[in-house]
Design a binder for this molecule. Structure first.
Ligand code: UD1
Ligand code: CA
Length: 485
């Protein structure tokens, strides 16, 4: 056995093998188990992210059940795949993944279904492995009842001797509280030694856990590194455990954010993906959902039950309750909602005001634009300080194509107007309420585009008079008015 050089061990390359070929039948799902999302990221994606964060030189994901879908989901993450066509056990899966390794680094094994394992824990595991000069380090945990897990069997001197699977454990071994997490870091001999793993056991599976004894037979030091929080290796095998994992992850994310100076009024009610960036002094009201590449700048408020995905919210902006934003940008100091819907391509400048029941899509609203009530603004640019009246509709679709419109700065659009696209309205123009604007409006002009009003004197009395009996019964005030005349 060669004594590892502690200096170089710190810089030894790290290769990671993620085992993700298992069926996951308990999930009762058409989706492969490892693709079920936790906090928005597929479980196997968490393992890959942990490996990336550790600075792994190479990452191999072993796929089998639903291989195409798993590989497609991880495409572009810079990982390699190894197919395990038959699930013959963890030892066999490991060998499939180890085939292409260059054989000069440490090897870390992760599972595709334990999303809660933190980068910090893995760093501690690696540091311990390297500092101790171990051949193999098993990440273990302790539970009052470790049913289902392989148990860690230690010798008289406390040294790790072997791992016994639940199925093969004696009553005495079942009482052992220290369990195998399935995560190991091993020196470069691992692929070589793993070839000697047999399937001479009740399940006729190739057990990766047998590696431990193979290392010991070679005189390699095998140690355990005990997790402080066994939740970290909690596997999500069914929907209930998936929800538990989600809860733990959500709590982890909200606690980090609060530590960084974000106020979260009801942390157990919000769902925030770990890809979201939030600055200090942001306030999140109850029930908020924040996903994807969302960025929220300091002092912004996200109102109750709002859903914000892939959006950027500027400093001090206020999103009022029940608003839904998707791939939108909200300028500093803007206010949006309640009940607003900003769809992809919406860009709101500083101080823009969007009120209730306003929908925007592919719309640029410059500084100070106000659209307070009930509007649809699609495929349009609107200049600074323009006022968009209640009920304004940009009719961007002609039944076949979408058309682009532009409205200048300082325009006043009267309530309930329709701009029939493609339309251009010049700066400082006025549009009379209720207009159906079907021609461009020049700068500074006033457009009236509606039928001319005609008042027909005495018409009501003639109309209702003919219906007198019915009015008497149903409309007492009107009936009195008719009688007075
Ligand atoms: C394994 C360990 C057990 C440990 C437990 C922790 C062995 C023999 N036992 O048990 O000591 O306590 O994990 O959860 O290793 N997989 C493949 N191909 C296969 C078999 C499994 O890719 O042929 C993958 C699965 O997708 C999963 C992981 O390996 O991600 C673990 O497999 P699983 O069947 O859950 O292992 P256990 O029998 O529970
Ligand atoms: Ca398992």
């Amino acid at each position: 056995m060669t004594t590892p050089d502690p200096a170089s061990s710190q810089t030894r390359p790290l290769d990671v093998i993620v085992l993700a070929a298992g069926a996951g039948t308990r999930m009762k799902s058409d989706l492969p188990k490892v693709l079920h999302p936790v906090a928005g990221r597929p479980m196997v994606g968490w393992a890959v992210k942990a490996a990336q964060d550790l600075g792994a030189r190479s990452i191999v994901v072993v796929t089998g059940h639903g291989a195409e879908r798993v590989e497609a989901a991880l495409g572009g993450e810079g990982v390699a795949f190894a197919r395990q066509d038959q699930q013959l056990g963890t030892g066999h899966a490991f060998l499939c993944g180890a085939e292409g390794l260059s054989g000069d680094g440490d090897v870390l094994v992760l599972y595709g279904d334990t999303p809660l394992l933190s980068e910090a824990t893995l760093r501690d595991l690696l540091a311990d492995h390297r500092a101790e000069g171990s051949a193999m380090t098993v990440l273990t945990g302790e539970l009052p009842d470790a049913t289902g897990y392989g148990r860690i069997i230690r010798g008289a001197g406390g040294e790790v001797e072997r791992i016994v699977e639940e199925k093969a454990a004696s009553a005495e071994e079942k009482a052992v509280r220290e369990f195998n997490s399935g995560v190991y870091v091993m020196d470069r001999r691992a692929p070589e030694l793993a070839r000697r793993i047999g399937n001479d056991n009740a399940a006729q599976e190739y057990y990766l856990t047998d590696l431990l004894e193979l290392y010991r037979a070679e005189g390699g030091a095998v140690r355990a590194f005990k997790l402080s929080d066994p939740d970290e290796v909690m596997g999500a095998n069914d929907r209930r455990q998936l929800a538990d994992a989600e809860t733990v992850m959500r709590r982890r994310i909200t606690q980090n954010l609060m530590k960084e100076g974000v106020t979260i009024q009801a942390p157990d009610t919000v769902r925030i993906e770990d890809t979201v960036q939030i600055s200090r002094d942001v306030l999140l009201e109850p029930g908020v959902i924040l996903t994807g590449q969302t960025v929220i700048e300091s002092g912004a408020v996200i109102g109750a039950y709002s859903v914000v995905g892939d959006s950027r919210i500027g400093a001090g902006a206020i999103i009022k309750p029940h608003s839904v934003l998707e791939s939108a940008e909200v300028g500093a100091g803007a206010d949006v909602g309640p009940f607003a819907r900003l769809r992809p391509g919406t860009v709101l400048g500083e101080g823009v005001h969007i009120g209730n029941f306003v929908e925007t899509k592919n719309a640029r609203l410059d500084r100070g634009v106000k659209a307070g009530h009930l509007a649809y603004l699609g495929d349009v640019t609107i200049g600074t300080e323009t006022n968009v009246g209640a009920g304004t509709i940009v009719a961007n679709f002609d039944g076949v194509n979408k058309h682009q419109s532009s409205v200048g700065a300082g325009v006043f659009i009267g309530s309930n107007s329709t701009l029939i696209a493609p339309r251009s309205v010049g700066d400082a123009a006025f549009i009379a309420a209720g207009s159906a604007v079907h021609e461009d409006v020049p700068e500074g002009a006033m457009a009236v585009a509606r039928g001319k009003q005609r008042n027909v004197e005495g018409w009501s009395r003639r109309y209702w008079g003919g219906l007198r009996e019915k009015v008497d019964v149903k409309l007492p005030w009107l009936s009195g008015w008719l009688k007075k005349g």
